[in-house]
Write a protein that binds this ligand. Structure first.
Ligand SMILES: [Fe+2]
Length: 316
């Protein structure tokens, strides 16, 4: 059982059917896959990587060290359960960019991040259509489902995981599933640490130069009524090396109404015992904010109880 590696270039030739099948298998059984030949220029990725690492060294590292010292984290004796060993900042691209407000970035860094985000947005939409094809949903269905009144929310979490003196006591990032739609990760090609939970075992997501790691968020689990699942993952802090992680989240707009695709429910007509809830995405996010590091099922249950106001899910 190998971690799924998908060569997107093969979609354009005879191997299209096999490649779609590999993506389908990864979505159904892993919730994760790694892409190569995804069309994002490697030199753009290299430039963003060096700018990100430089910005971390110049502007973020000392802040992180101060935080660690103020909390006495480098000398803890028991497991730390209320924080993560990571240094982060967030950039929003859609519905409108806030990159001009992010402090300490050079003009070049802002320009390169914008260009990268634009390419990733296109890749995310291309992937959503491949998922539609595999699910037997019309082209554009998922994009439309995420649209709401102002289009999708698209943003990037830039994280660095510095070397940790007590990796057995502090997680880089505690286990969670992602709340949103589809997530595209540009991760360090040397320092590992990302793991996903597969059949009760933590499996490493292998670092690979110029690859993009993709995973599915809770909203795709709801829309597919559980056919695809968001999968728990975590980051193990490392004793050596700083791990870079640039994770971009293509999520529904805040007022998008999320519910299982009627066409998929109809196909499962015999077994209607488990239908996921219908809700407004922003209500899900309010719930998630306090419960990120808890299991997702109680979130779905809580929203089921409050979903009556939005009307039933039509199975047409
Ligand atoms: Fe995550």
């Amino acid at each position: 059982m190998e971690f799924p590696l998908i060569n997107l270039e093969k979609l354009n030739g005879e191997a299209r059917k096999d490649t779609l099948e590999q993506i389908k298998d990864a979505c159904e059984n892993w919730g994760f896959f790694e892409l190569i030949n995804h069309g994002i220029p490697h030199d753009l990725m290299d430039t963003l990587e060096s700018l990100t690492k430089e910005h971390y060294r110049k502007c973020m590292e000392h802040r992180f060290k101060d935080l660690v010292a103020s909390r006495g984290l480098d000398a803890v004796q028991t497991e730390v359960k209320d924080m993560d060993w990571e240094s982060t900042y967030h950039v929003r691209h859609l519905p409108e960019s806030n990159i001009s407000e992010i402090p300490d970035l050079t003009d070049e860094h802002r320009k390169v991040m914008k260009e990268f985000a634009l390419r990733l947005e296109k890749l995310a939409e291309e992937l959503l259509d491949l998922l539609c094809e595999n699910l037997g949903l019309e082209k554009g269905y998922l994009k439309k489902a995420f649209y709401g009144s102002r289009g999708p929310t698209f943003g990037t979490k830039v994280a660095n995981y510095p070397p940790c003196p007590k990796p057995e006591l502090v997680k880089g990032l505690r286990a969670h599933t992602d709340a949103g739609g589809i997530i595209l990760l540009f991760q360090d090609d040397k320092v590992s640490g990302l793991q996903l939970l597969k059949d009760g075992q933590w499996v490493d997501v292998p670092p690979m130069r110029h690859s993009i790691v993709v995973n599915l968020g809770d909203q795709l689990e709801v829309i597919t009524n559980g056919l695809y699942k968001s999968v728990e993952h975590r980051v193990i802090a490392q004793a050596d090396g700083t791990r870079m992680s640039i994770a971009s989240f293509y999520n529904p707009g805040s007022d998008a109404v999320i519910y299982p695709a009627p066409a998929l429910l109809e196909r499962e007509a015999e077994d209607k015992s488990h239908v996921y809830p219908k809700f407004v995405f922003e209500d899900y996010m309010k719930l998630y904010a306090g419960l990120k590091f808890h299991a997702k099922e109680p979130r779905f249950e809580a929203l089921k109880a409050s979903s009556v106001n939005l009307g039933p899910i039509a199975t047409v």
